[in-house]
Design a protein around this ligand. Structure first.
Ligand SMILES: Cc1cc2nc3c(=O)[nH]c(=O)nc-3n(C[C@H](O)[C@H](O)[C@H](O)COP(=O)(O)OP(=O)(O)OC[C@H]3O[C@@H](n4cnc5c(N)ncnc54)[C@H](O)[C@@H]3O)c2cc1C
Length: 375
């Protein structure tokens, strides 16, 4: 009998647990530990902020779903892991203390390093959790004139909600007849090409931004915030009446000090999703060290690969499933022509870019599928 412990109740952890439950015999024990029993469907948070999705559409209680799939759930904060003694230490939750394992799947996502931007807490909105999305939504409702600034800080690695927010705001201003009185600027610490990781995708996005009169300001690396003003290291400033900023990301602190992370705290894995240099530990999702944006579909794919390989390892078979890093996203809220982009990072080929109503519909269908299969 093997004790398998999965850390994190996001896309990566939930999919890893589900796939392991399908592939492992009943004699093995699967337990998932997460700080909250609520699963959050992050891609719907922009729509929540703009009043186009209900709270019930974006989160659900994990416990019943997991128990139906014979996965035990523990609500607790993971403080750190000890891969040598094979246990984890939990704090502030249902259970405190050490929990041993035979095999571990690390899926704790990324940490918001807001402390790196002075004034972030006091002056910026973001929408990276349900409460913050609701509070940003309230600010949007009051915004009728002036300057809106939307963007990412260096190290944020999440362009989709930035552009979806800019387009959703532009459409709202059009609907309310406020377009002439308000201006939207998207700020980026780099260029559009490096943010989207592809010149073809960047060109399509720039065209859509121009069509909605959204200004794009590249190489604007925000270092600090004051009331109504965002300032770069070199002293350039932009004033704002409304600010939505994705803060820098860093890897989970529960994995630090074990010697398995890169400089930003993300975990090194091999193509089977096993943690490089360690036995019996896999890592999946936003917590892993890969180039480019961090996205839900990557987390799901990595979790499937890890589960298949871990099930094989437990059964004494060879690990034959390999992860290939690629990026797919739908930029919604553009209006009649949502943007779909697919980039395979293993080739030098340009991204495949498509535009049309279909992609918005496809994103909604995917969301519904996820919701229905987990209620
Ligand atoms: C607003 C927004 C829009 C997005 N839009 C898209 C999109 O359109 N398409 C797309 O593909 N991706 C999108 N993403 C990205 C996607 O949501 C993430 O890549 C995905 O959630 C990563 O899954 P994960 O399981 O690795 O991490 P997470 O979803 O962050 O899950 C980590 C889990 O671990 C738990 N946890 C963390 N630390 C601890 C701890 N110390 N102890 C216990 N539990 C802990 C957390 O509570 C959480 O349950 C979006 C993200 C946001 C925020």
């Amino acid at each position: 009998m093997a004790k398998v412990l999965i850390l994190g109740g996001g896309f990566a952890g939930v999919v890893a647990a589900e796939r392991l439950a399908e592939q492992l015999g009943d004699e093995h024990q699967i337990t998932l530990v997460s700080r909250s029993r609520q699963f959050v469907f992050y891609p719907a948070l922009v729509r929540l902020a703009f009043g186009k999705a209900e709270l019930a559409d974006v989160s659900f209680d994990l416990r019943h779903t997991l128990l139906n799939r014979r996965v035990n759930f523990i609500e607790a904060e993971v403080a750190y892991i000890d891969p040598f003694e094979r246990n984890i230490t939990m704090a502030h939750g249902q259970v405190e203390g050490k929990l041993p394992y035979d095999y571990l799947v690390f899926a704790l996502g990324r940490r918001l390093a807001t402390e790196r931007i002075s004034g972030f807490y006091e002056h910026a909105h973001h929408l990276l959790n349900v409460d913050k999305a609701i509070s940003f939504g309230k600010a949007v409702k009051k915004f009728h004139e002036g300057q809106a600034v939307i963007g990412q800080c260096a190290g944020a690695r999440l362009p989709v909600p930035v552009y979806e927010t800019a387009f959703a705001l532009a459409r709202r201003l059009e609907e309310k007849g406020d377009t002439e009185r308000a201006r939207i600027t998207v700020v980026s610490p780099t260029t559009l090409e490096s943010e989207i990781t592809d010149p073809v995708g960047a060109a399509a996005l720039k065209k859509a931004l121009d069509a909605h009169q959204i200004e794009f300001l590249p190489n604007f690396n925000i270092d600090s915030l004051k009331q109504n003003s965002a300032i770069t290291k070199s002293g350039d400033a932009i004033n704002f009446d409304l600010l939505m900023l994705v803060p820098p990301f860093r890897g989970s602190s529960a994995a630090s000090y074990v010697g398995i992370t890169d400089q930003e705290g993300y975990i090194h894995v091999d193509s089977t999703m096993r943690v490089s240099g360690l036995e019996r530990i896999y890592a999946v999702g936003d917590c892993t060290s890969f180039d480019g944006p961090k996205m839900g579909h990557m987390a799901v794919r990595q979790a499937e690969i890890a589960a298949t390989n871990l099930a094989a390892e437990i059964d004494g078979r060879e690990r034959v499933s390999h992860y290939q890093h690629e990026m797919r996203f739908v930029l919604d809220e553009i209006g009649s022509g949502s943007l779909y982009l697919h980039k395979d990072f293993s080739t030098d080929e340009p991204a495949r870019v498509r535009q049309g109503r279909f992609w918005s519909w496809a994103k909604r269908v995917q969301e519904k599928y996820w919701e229905v299969s987990h209620l």
